[in-house]
Design a binder for this molecule. Structure first.
Ligand SMILES: [Zn+2]
Length: 140
């Protein structure tokens, strides 16, 4: 087993739903980084049974909205000098911009070049967001 507990500086993404780690990895573009990254899958968890976990040795700024949308419940811990300096628990963001796109072919966001479309959380349970222009529902 590799010892990954001693992270000097970086970010730990914990409590990722088991099986979702790789998706998070891709969605955050971690495959494009040169930093040391560890993806652990199916780690034993007292709270969740099994979970995925990602450790990144970097001071990169992550898009927490993407992460919250993809995997609400993820715990993000920032590590400096081997100590946790900041910890936050993600939840579904109220608004997302530039992540979702509208599926309605008649929506103005699909017929005109308007830039990133803002979506507002419409149904938390179903992770549905409403388009700012036509109110059509979208999910990741
Ligand atoms: Zn729309």
């Amino acid at each position: 087993m590799i010892n990954v507990s001693k992270l000097k500086k970086g970010i730990v993404l914990d409590h990722i739903e088991a099986g979702q780690g790789f998706k998070v990895f891709q969605q955050l573009g971690l495959d494009r980084l040169d930093d040391v990254i560890v993806l652990m899958r199916n780690v034993e968890s007292t709270r969740m049974g099994k979970k995925d976990l990602i450790k990144i040795e970097t001071d990169l700024t992550l898009d927490l909205n993407v992460l919250g949308l993809l995997n609400p419940g993820t715990t993000v811990t920032y590590v400096e000098d081997g100590k946790a300096v900041r910890k936050l628990k993600l939840s579904l963001p109220e608004q997302v911009e530039g992540i979702l796109s509208c599926k309605n072919p008649r929506c103005i966001s699909n017929t005109e070049k308007l830039g990133p479309v803002r979506f507002t959380l419409a149904n938390r349970e179903r992770k549905e967001y409403a388009c700012e222009y036509c109110e059509a529902r979208a999910r990741l």
